[in-house]
Design a protein around this ligand. Structure first.
Ligand SMILES: NC(=O)c1ccc[n+]([C@@H]2O[C@H](COP(=O)([O-])OP(=O)(O)OC[C@H]3O[C@@H](n4cnc5c(N)ncnc54)[C@H](O)[C@@H]3O)[C@@H](O)[C@H]2O)c1
Length: 416
């Protein structure tokens, strides 16, 4: 499917030329993972203490609990359609405005989703909305998120949170501040909708595999194996200067999924590769429309976990024969946990060393990020993955980049 407005929705990090690569996870199922699973998953960012009522209700985020929530969408390309469709499925939400750097794209999007207003700029959009989805290329996330938070608007930001760690720290600080005014900020790590991940986190927390020794995880796609001539709008994904590259694109999802189970990473060693692309006539090329296609398109990350154990995380756009494959294997002293989202979002295979057998557990489906975001806005209950969590993942990506540049292990820098 081509990138850009007017095309069918896509939901994963599908390349700009493909058919939808991952089934759309059930967006508004009421089933929640068991409470203990939810607690474990948020454990890497502890619940904040309850906030005292603000001195001035005027300063608090709007609207009151049961009114129609007005949603604004910034960036109206491929992923924005998934936001529009999923927000429309949430109770009491309406799409109030949209904005794009390309006004014609915003207009087409507004017509498609019956959005009454194409905003003329960010302030115009913010004034007409209670909650904002930031769905632009990564380099522009920080500016929009900061602006929205400062205006007390709830924000759901696309992943990765930002394109640098410095920006992520600024957003994390602003998010903490805004949280005390009742403002919700979350990152759309969309695979949090996979109950397999939540259940694996819960099982791991229960000690079902003993002490962690080794993790083998991959998130790979194969779209670069076919001829790939990017449209002007899709060029940003393939250039370093515009924040493209597979490490940020798929690596952020994988780092979030793995560490939501294992806990924090202490240090990383990363190697990244960039290969010539293939034209429609079968020739190799490295520049397109005068621009160098220099973003990483494959990466291998070795990690050491803070709680012990090591792992290898792989991301690639060169996995020939794979559309959108996510697999995680965790091996411990007493067993193993394995899930494969190609196969199922809601199954975890467990090897029990004592009994020398594999069992499959089938947790109830988990809610989508849009549902969790809207629930958090409605209830004021803090939800994950929040913007501080987004900054933590940015710290991991930053360490990977430094490691690839210097050719050695890198410690994780603080993200707050
Ligand atoms: N969570 C997921 O599964 C998932 C999947 C795909 C993309 N994404 C993320 O969503 C974001 C957008 O990706 P996409 O695939 O929709 O990209 P895209 O290129 O299809 O669309 C981006 C849109 O933003 C507009 N735009 C560019 N700069 C802008 C700016 N400064 N202000 C306003 N509009 C601007 C473009 O004109 C375009 O319409 C990225 O951060 C990407 O990583 C997430």
């Amino acid at each position: 499917m081509a990138n850009g407005p007017g095309n069918g929705s896509y939901y994963d990090d599908a390349p700009p030329s493909a058919t939808p690569r991952v089934r759309t996870p059930a967006p508004d199922l009421d089933a929640q993972p068991p409470a203990q699973i939810r607690r474990k998953v948020v454990a890497n960012t502890p619940e904040p203490p309850p906030q005292p009522p603000s001195a001035s209700s005027r300063l608090r985020a709007q609207p009151p609990a049961r009114s129609q929530l007005r949603i604004g969408i910034i960036g109206t390309g491929g992923m924005a359609a998934a936001h529009a469709e999923n927000f429309l499925k949430q109770d009491g939400c309406k799409l109030a405005a949209c904005l794009d750097i390309e006004p014609a794209a915003a207009k087409t999007f507004a017509d498609r989703f019956h959005i009454p207003k194409v905003a003329k700029d960010a302030q115009d959009l913010i004034e007409q909305c209670d909650a904002i989805a930031v769905v632009t290329p990564d380099t522009s996330h920080a500016a929009y998120v900061l602006r929205a938070l400062r205006c007390n608007r709830h924000v759901l930001c696309e992943k990765p949170l930002t394109s640098t760690l410095a920006e992520a720290r600024e957003v994390a600080r602003a998010a903490k501040d805004a949280q005390s005014r009742g403002v919700v900020g979350m990152v759309n790590f969309s695979y949090r909708c996979a109950s397999a991940m939540h259940h694996a986190a819960w099982m791991f927390g229960q000690g079902r595999i003993g002490e962690l020794r080794h993790v083998n995880a991959q998130y790979v796609q194969g779209w670069l194996c076919e001829s790939h001539e990017p449209s002007p709008g899709a060029l940003w994904r393939m250039r370093r200067a515009t924040g493209g590259g597979v490490l940020a694109d798929l690596g952020c999802h994988l780092l979030d999924m793995v560490t939501a189970i294992t806990g924090d990473i202490r240090r990383v060693q990363c190697v990244m590769g960039n290969f010539p692309k293939v034209s429609k006539s079968g020739e190799n090329f490295t520049r397109w429309q005068g621009k160098q296609l220099d973003a990483d398109d494959t990466a291998v990350i070795s990690v050491e976990f803070a709680a012990g154990g090591m792992g290898v995380l792989q991301v690639s756009r060169w996995a020939c024969g794979r559309d959108n494959t996510i697999k995680v294997d965790l091996h411990g002293t007493r067993g193993a946990l394995v899930f494969d989202l190609d196969h199922s979002y809601d199954q975890v295979h467990h090897h029990e060393l004592a009994g020398k057998r594999w069992n499959t557990e089938r947790p109830a489906p988990a809610p989508s990020g849009w549902k969790r975001f809207i629930d958090a806005v409605r209830t004021g209950h803090h939800e994950q993955p929040d913007l501080v969590r987004g900054a933590q993942i940015q710290a991991y990506l930053d360490a990977c980049r430094r490691s690839a540049e210097h050719g050695c292990w890198m410690d994780i820098e603080p993200w707050m």
